[in-house]
Design a protein around this ligand. Sequence first.
Ligand code: ADP
Length: 268
Amino acid sequence: METAAVKQISPKVAQTASIIKAEGVCLSFGNVKALEDVGIDVGQSEVVTIVGPSGAGKSTFLRCLNLLQKPDRGHISIEGQRIFNDAISLNKRDLRDVRRKLGMVFQRFHLFPHLTALENVTLAMLDAGIATRDEAVETATNLLDRVGLLKRALAPAPRLSGGEQQRVAIARALAMKPRALLFDEPTSALDPEASREVLSVMKELAQQGTTMVVVTHEMKFALNVSDRILFMEAGRAVETGSADDMFHRAKSPRARAFFAQALDHMET
Ligand code: ADP
């Protein structure tokens, strides 16, 4: 590998409290080293996108941040609270609290098919015991409005398009009042129009100051919305920097080639 992980503190991290900090995260699946010494520091209201070729370890790293996947080694803190310290893991209850701090949006939406959009969002709050039914309905209504789905609130989940279902999933994640949202390729199961709808909601969330970590192949989104990009390849954090620097002045040859190709695709 040509470069060691280049650590760079973004302006927002320098100015604001760290929301997510991971250091030296390593994970192997049998002989496959999925992650080797990967780190990230995400400040309040910062949008970090993680990009790189398939199999680079991007999703695995994202899943490690909320311990959906437990690393072999490394340190992970959320708002300064250590949640993973090498082999020491949290008990079930603390783990649930951690996951609630980091809302996750997956490639597939996992909505309950027998419930409406509104019920899918309220149920998350009622299950977590963080709202009364009336409060949950009010919050869910506001959130569905925020993702542009107020008119579809009473539609059964299976009647919603893919883009609408993903926007309900985003509202559901926001309903838990997370400190940050983690997105794992949120548009890769969607057609181009549905992708645009979802990316536009994500862009608005970013503009409203939502802290976000996004694994994506949407390079336009990475260029236009990220405060910072982490480029991964073969289980390593090859380079990190501002979107402008990564697309136009990446230091490592691999990152330069990757972003040059992305720019080519965006122009055609
Ligand atoms: P990316 O998100 O960059 O496409 P992944 O994080 O999905 O990459 O995968 C990184 C590597 O880890 C790949 O070689 C993949 O095959 C392997 N991997 C991921 N999850 C598992 C798993 N549960 N079991 C075995 N290997 C896995």
